[in-house]
Ligand binder design. Sequence first.
Ligand code: AMP
Length: 380
Amino acid sequence: MSIPLPPNSTIGIVGGGQLGRMSALAAARLGYRCHILSSEPDSPAALVAAGSTVGDYEDPAVLRAFARQVDVITFEFENVSAEGLDLMASIRPVRPAPAVLRISQYRLAEKSFLNGIGVPTTPWAAVDSRAELEAAARRIGLPAVLKTARLGYDGKGQVLLREADEVAAAFDDLSPKPLILEAAVDFACEISVIVARGSDGTMVAFDTVENGHRNHILNISYAPARVSARVDATAQAMARRVAEGLDFVGVLAVEMFVTADGKVLANEIAPRPHNSGHWTIDACPASQFEMHVRAVAGLPLLPAVRHSDAVMKNLIGPEELALWPQVVATPGLIPHHYGKTDARPGRKMGHVTRLFPRGGLPGDLAIAAALGPLAPTIGG
Ligand code: AMP
């Protein structure tokens, strides 16, 4: 274990979104200041932090000046370059290490890494040309999902290919290249596991969560996941293997598919706190954000226990943000607003947590009723 960062030290967070905001709130409770680096003024994280810099993530002068103002650096945003993080790492410790980003930013490296440590994924192939795409589609079969290997998230930069005659044109439509073709998984459900790992290798993992997406964006999470004990144990073991394989320091999420016959396949690694872990703020003594701050600051990790079952519902876009007055007026809904002023369609504006007694997660109808004004928004 590295020497713990004393209270009043400053944690630099690269990225100003809601993950940085909730990390900064957790850090403040432990006596730390946060300094946010964001490309936009009044970012959700900067609004609750002791300090902030508005600047270009790729400008070495900005990165150097930011690094010198803080004691340790982490990131909540994955589209910063690994070279930028390397530069900052020459000035202050960066946790998790920049090497992790080189894997998680690049789907081809990510899938190779996962398969290399024995974590199964759907069959996939790297695609550099139309001819390679056609060959890969024949080998893997259709339906398949074609994705940009870099810079894709929340379903941006991906297309589902159902028929052979869609294949040729699809290559030209997506950029940047290279692309990756993945066999479409006919999943029974999507789950994720959030693991925290300290620099001494200590690991704790939150209970497996079940996730519902709408338009490729996370909409709702159920904790714990309604899966068999065997699926749960497999998912937990996989996530720990990933954290260990990356020699990770901080919090990471592994997103997975559960197939109808009970196989667990990893989809993606998020090397940071994750939307599917927001319920831990309200349902656990130490949330994913507190665990992340603890790992980054060299404090001991605490057991990732859950005192309640929970459902987390995102507030997405202007339609769902419009329900805010009803949300804050409904007893039992725990509201979280991210402080964003511009409610664009598909943008995550906040979330709501509803707690249930431990072991008492009810059925879908009762969950909908318990979400009150949000009941009509939870469907698939
Ligand atoms: P990703 O950007 O890889 O996290 O994908 C976003 C969402 O798209 C996932 O959570 C799934 O709902 C869906 N998806 C991605 N890849 C596949 C796949 N190979 N098969 C089926 N669904 C997928």
